[in-house]
Design a protein around this ligand. Structure first.
Ligand code: BTN
Length: 121
């Protein structure tokens, strides 16, 4: 699996992952199709790391997105899989933490979900 490329998930969000370096870290950008806020969506930077860079494996990885239009942060973890036709998918689980005014509101501050990305380029 190669994480580098352009990916789309089931929500219609697009993500560009740049080349992973030899240490396994990578950066990129995330254009979400949906948001929990009413603000205008902006393309936002992501920073991540994968296991076993350069190896022909199905690596686990994680990345965070620092949203440029909201106070929230999302962390994704997942694994890249390749099927028998060579088709790659990223199967992920994410946590979205929103900023709340008081720690008393922490109970409602985190959303969780799963997301599958397929390569579009
Ligand atoms: C926000 O609403 O505060 C920032 C945008 C969050 C978008 C979320 S991250 C998890 C899920 N998957 C996506 O592609 N978009 C939403």
């Amino acid at each position: 699996c190669d994480l580098q490329g352009l990916w789309r998930n089931e929500l219609g969000s697009n993500m560009t992952v740049l080349a992973t370096n030899t240490a396994g870290t990578f950066s990129g950008s995330y254009h979400t199709a949906v948001a929990a806020t009413n603000k205008q969506i902006l393309v936002s930077p992501l920073q991540g790391a994968q296991q076993h860079p350069g190896a022909k494996r199905q690596p686990t990885f994680g990345f965070t997105v620092q949203w440029q239009f909201s106070d929230s942060t999302t962390a994704f973890v997942g694994q890249c899989f390749v099927d028998h036709h060579g088709k790659e998918t990223l199967e992920t689980t994410w946590l979205l933490r929103e900023e709340v005014l008081s720690h008393k509101d922490t109970w409602k501050a985190t959303r969780v979900g799963t997301s599958t990305f397929t390569r579009i380029k």
